[in-house]
Design a protein around this ligand. Structure first.
Ligand SMILES: Cc1cc2nc3c(=O)[nH]c(=O)nc-3n(C[C@H](O)[C@H](O)[C@H](O)COP(=O)(O)OP(=O)(O)OC[C@H]3O[C@@H](n4cnc5c(N)ncnc54)[C@H](O)[C@@H]3O)c2cc1C
Length: 593
């Protein structure tokens, strides 16, 4: 999607010209408050993505009709002015491509009476008769005027740092505006953002140390995404940091991040069930259990950042009490060494399952058998790296790359990836052949969009290949199919009558939805009022939270590192908007679609 780093003056001038021509049309649409003109700035299949500019919501619209229908209600009210191209070296108009199509990309700035906004546009250049038109444009509120991010703080030279910190800490601990539940990367990114936005927030984490959620996972685990993807807000990795961070390094980095960003965190802490919300004073009453001490607190907001996954999904099998070996979930897999000389069956065929099979095969298990029930989505680490470098090229900072990455709605991204499948098939042909030889079933999805929708629709059923295919191809990992019918003392038996001998069974069977964990805390009456989590909503957006949930004062936040890095800003803006009295809906109901 992105342009390439070296940009000649010629091509840059041309890009400026095209971007300016396109921008003129958009300016006229705003000046005339004309929704039809606005929609005509887009290609007939173009995408408009709006984060809080035209409504108190996140929306993705495709095509003239839907774009016009969406903006017509408020184009007269938004009062967008000073719409301009970003002229910085990273944001200025430059050439790029969408699959095989050449485009011009540019970051944008604009103003409204009370906000400063940013945007990003991907423009299809004019072609003979046609005008330049946007394939995709994002507009988003970036700051409430007078309440901008603090940025670099020099501090008074005479003040003792320790005194300033302990006073700040005391104020937050005694009277927090926001309680963030969960100190994984999501909770930490949000807390760091809130600190810069002057929102008093405390994080409570049930583990004894920040990073323990990673420390407790299986020892071979390395992130499958490159380090730029899993960079935390304001805090780049050292230049010699590995591309794929190991779980221990990540755990320690998160812990150090919390310290360096001066976040206020209570460890060994959680909230007790049944917090109550007073809709008159707009505050919660919540009991926090801090290492056995029960403290009643009254924050205005609760942000649920308890992770993507709820409890492990542990299937029950007939006869499992007769099985003589160990049965464990991937969540507690201690590493392949423990299973040296044993016959291990791994149930499941996605990321954890393939990682664990690789670990077992390389650490002396007598046999490793994977049970695959249905086809898995597969992407190679090589193709993943190509996709990633398109959006996050080396030459561009993370801030601008995130802006560009979030400009294209997820459905637009899906179309783009579908178009790239012939390239993926070519790059990964050895992998597909190797997997097929060993009987591992791969799905491309009916529309050819491969594993990508599985990430955004259910975050399950796919894996990123880091060499697993070779083990399947050469028989080091055997793949069998079917449903487990029952266990005996020493075997796993399938409904087609076949069986596999086993000394241990690893259940790489995923997790239950996190929303069910939240139901235990808040009860069904509250949770049923709130949005679903993950998957695509009716507005074409991934349900990651970071916007009104449906329950006043309750916010959800989840997703990969890029989500909290980016959307923590919108969450902070919503909270500030309530504080400033901008938000028009007194009870913070879920915005209507
Ligand atoms: C095996 C495995 C491999 C993965 N590989 C990758 C990868 O390669 N790349 C990638 O981007 N992502 C990967 N992920 C996904 C990754 O875990 C999530 O993207 C990320 O951890 C989500 O961060 P989070 O902060 O939302 O949740 P978590 O990291 O799960 O953090 C949630 C925190 O909340 C705490 N918590 C939960 N409930 C409460 C409560 N009631 N009270 C107090 N504290 C609470 C938990 O203890 C935890 O510390 C992987 C996940 C797994 C399981």
């Amino acid at each position: 999607m992105s342009g390439h780093s070296p940009r000649t003056l010629d091509s840059q001038e041309k890009c400026f010209k095209i971007a300016n021509l396109w921008l003129q049309s958009l300016r006229v649409a705003f000046e005339k408050e004309d929704a039809a003109l606005f929609s005509e700035c887009f290609d007939s299949r173009g995408w408009f993505r709006d984060l809080m500019t035209f409504s108190w919501d996140f929306r993705s619209l495709q095509g003239h009709h839907d774009i016009k229908k969406y903006v017509v209600k408020s184009i007269g009210d938004v009062k967008i002015s000073d719409l301009r191209l970003d002229e910085s070296s990273e944001g200025c108009p430059h050439s790029g491509h969408l699959g095989q199509t050449s485009i011009v990309e540019s970051a944008l700035w604009f103003e409204t009476p009370r906000a400063r906004g940013r945007g990003y546009v991907l423009i299809i250049p004019p072609d003979g008769e046609t005008k330049p038109r946007a394939f995709a444009m994002l507009l988003m509120i970036n700051d409430w005027k007078g309440h901008e991010e603090l940025g670099f703080q020099r501090g008074a030279f005479e003040a003792y740092w320790e005194d300033v910190q302990s006073q700040r800490r005391h104020e937050i601990e005694t009277n927090p505006d926001v309680l963030i539940i969960g100190g994984g990367q999501t909770g930490l990114n949000i807390a760091a953002r809130f600190r810069q936005m002057n929102i008093k927030a405390i994080v409570i984490e049930k583990n004894a140390r920040i990073g323990d959620n990673w420390r407790h996972r299986y020892p071979s685990l390395k992130l499958h995404t490159p380090r730029k993807h899993h960079t935390l807000l304001y805090h780049p990795y050292p230049s010699n940091w590995p591309e794929f961070t190991s779980k221990e390094k990540l755990a320690d980095w998160l812990e150090q991040y919390a310290h360096n960003q001066e976040l206020v965190i209570w460890l060994d802490s959680t909230i007790e069930s049944d917090p109550t919300y007073d809709s008159v004073v707009k505050k919660w009453t919540v009991v926090v259990n801090r290492n056995g001490d029960r403290l009643t607190m009254s924050p205005t907001h609760l942000v649920m950042a308890g992770g993507f996954f709820g409890d492990p999904n542990i299937p029950k099998f007939e006869g499992q009490e007769d099985f003589e070996g160990e049965i464990l979930h991937s969540n507690t897999f201690p590493g392949g060494d423990v299973f040296e000389g044993k016959r291990v069956v791994v149930i499941g065929a996605a990321n954890s399952a393939t990682d664990i099979c690789q670990d077992l095969a390389s650490r002396g298990a007598t046999s490793v058998t994977m049970v695959q029930r249905s086809s898995s989505g597969v992407v190679s680490s090589n193709f993943n790296a190509i996709l990633f470098k398109e959006v996050y090229p080396e030459w561009r900072s993370l801030e601008y790359s995130d802006l560009a990455a979030f400009a294209l709605p997820v459905k637009g991204l899906r179309e783009l990836i579908e178009g790239m499948q012939p390239i993926a098939q070519e790059i990964d042909k050895d992998i597909y052949q190797g997997l097929a030889k060993g009987g591992f079933m791969v799905t491309q999805n009916p529309d050819g969009s491969a594993q990508m929708p599985m990430v955004y629709e259910r975050n399950a059923g796919y894996y990123v290949d880091f060499g697993f295919w070779r083990l399947v191809s050469n028989g080091s990992v055997k793949v069998v199919h079917g449903n487990v019918a029952k266990l005996t003392a020493t075997s796993v038996n399938f409904d087609d009558g076949s069986h596999v001998d086993a000394d241990a069974i690893v259940l790489a069977t995923g997790w239950l939805p996190i929303r069910e964990k939240y139901r235990e805390i808040f009860g069904s009456e509250v949770i049923d009022r709130t949005s679903e989590l993950w998957g695509i909503d009716e507005g074409g957006e991934i349900r990651t939270g970071f916007k009104p949930s449906g329950q006043p004062g309750l916010w959800y936040a989840l997703g990969g590192f890029e989500f909290s890095r980016f959307y923590s800003k919108q969450l902070a803006l919503f909270i500030k908007a309530q504080e400033l009295g901008y938000y028009p809906c007194p009870n913070w109901e879920r915005p209507s679609q």
